[in-house]
Design a protein around this ligand. Structure first.
Ligand code: NAP
Length: 356
């Protein structure tokens, strides 16, 4: 471990130029400043580019083994294959790696950490790597963790409504371009295929996203499940420490720039009441309850984007099962769903390093 500079640890942000990296720089500029030097790293394409963090311009350096020299904590906001190769190199050079990609999440020797739910897991990291969960799981897990602590979770049935930025900057660019191609038309969306023809190039999505919903996110896995759906199942189990939790997810992409939403049907060991569930959610750190449908009040991505908490509304007890709750959640996939949770994990590490 390198000696901390000015008494404060050195941080590297790998992937500083991406969709998650951009939000990370904003968070590092606005949260309590626990860092000494902050080093910005991306591909050779971005080397020399200047980005602003903490009000100062910092030059981006190309990823190399040397860029981790003297680094205490290295965050990785890069594609899976880049993390897979480079997080172990950062560790060899003396850093603790906090990885936002899917490369290590299910590795038994890599903790999967949500600071509001399982902060102690961050201290047991045999490979020197800590993983940040997938954005869809993160958009619900803080609220589900709070309810689980009271009621003992048994099963989850989830439908997601995922934003374009979940597919990174290319996803944002594609949706904006598609919207500009369909804007102003008073006929599109009335005939099979008319939106598809108007849009042409689909970008990272398998079907038009503007004026549409797409029941697909990620890659095809066994038995017709998508990788995103399996992540919701496997990561929820790991974070909550419930290896037998029953989880069925259907992941759907919707024409929203940023903020994932989820409709969740959660079944518990104990009977639930709406009043108590609302009280638990109201008191849970990192959760905001907005649940007054009589006055049109519930979370929507357009109102939640750019904010930190998990927003919950539409809390109902299942009509046919007193052990089940139905609720609707929204969380900014680039903040709590990615950069914020990583920043919180890194702050736990900064605290640990300060303890000596
Ligand atoms: N978007 C989300 O909602 C979300 C949520 C949770 C987790 N994640 C995960 O976070 C990671 C980053 O996602 P993103 O959405 O920010 O992607 P993105 O917008 O495509 O950004 C990718 C970043 O990785 C860098 N990069 C790519 N290849 C590289 C290489 N060979 N060497 C060094 N740097 C390289 C890029 O640098 P250049 O600009 O130089 O190319 C850029 O900074 C992914 O693993 C993703 O799965 C994303």
């Amino acid at each position: 471990m390198s000696p901390a500079r000015n008494g404060k640890p050195t941080l590297a942000v790998v992937g500083a130029t991406g969709a998650v990296g951009t939000v990370m720089l904003d968070l590092l500029s606005t949260r309590e400043d626990v860092w000494g030097e902050i080093r910005l790293v991306a591909s050779a394409r971005s080397a020399g580019k200047k980005l602003v963090v903490r009000g100062e311009e910092v030059e981006v350096v190309a990823l190399s083994p040397e860029c981790f020299d003297g680094v205490d904590v290295a965050m990785f906001d890069v594609p899976d294959e880049v993390s897979k190769e480079w997080a172990p190199i950062a560790v060899e050079r003396g850093a603790i790696a906090v990885d936002n990609s899917g490369a290590f999440r299910m590795d038994a020797d890599v903790p999967l950490v949500v600071p509001e739910v399982n902060p102690a897991a961050a201290r047991r990291r045999p490979r020197g790597i800590i993983s940040n969960p997938n954005c869809t799981t993160l958009s619900m897990i803080v609220a589900m963790g709070a309810l689980h602590a009271e009621y003992n979770l048994q099963a989850l049935v989830v439908a997601s409504y995922q934003a374009a930025s979940g597919a990174g900057q290319p996803g944002i660019d594609a949706l904006r371009e598609q919207i500009s191609k369909v804007a102003g038309s008073d006929t599109l969306g009335t005939q099979p295929g008319d939106v598809r023809r108007a849009i042409g190039e689909l970008g990272p999505f398998p079907a038009p996203l503007a004026l549409n919903v797409v029941p697909w996110a990620g890659s095809l896995k066994e038995d017709g499940w998508s990788s995103e759906e399996l992540k919701v199942r496997n990561e929820s189990r790991k974070i909550l420490g419930l290896p037998d939790l029953r989880v069925s997810a259907t992941c759907v992409r919707v024409p929203v720039i940023t903020t994932h939403s989820l409709a969740v049907h959660a079944t518990f060991e104990r009977e639930v009441t709406v009043d108590r569930a609302q009280a638990i959610l109201r008191d849970a750190p990192g959760v905001v309850l907005v649940d007054d449908p009589a006055n049109g009040e519930f979370p929507t991505p357009a109102d939640v984007v750019g904010t930190d908490p998990t927003w919950v509304g539409r809390v109902r007890r299942a009509i046919d099962d007193p052990h089940s709750l139905d609720l609707f959640l929204c969380g900014d996939n680039l903040r709590k769903g990615a950069a914020l949770n990583t920043a919180q994990i890194a702050e736990l590490l900064a605290e640990e390093l300060a303890e000596g």
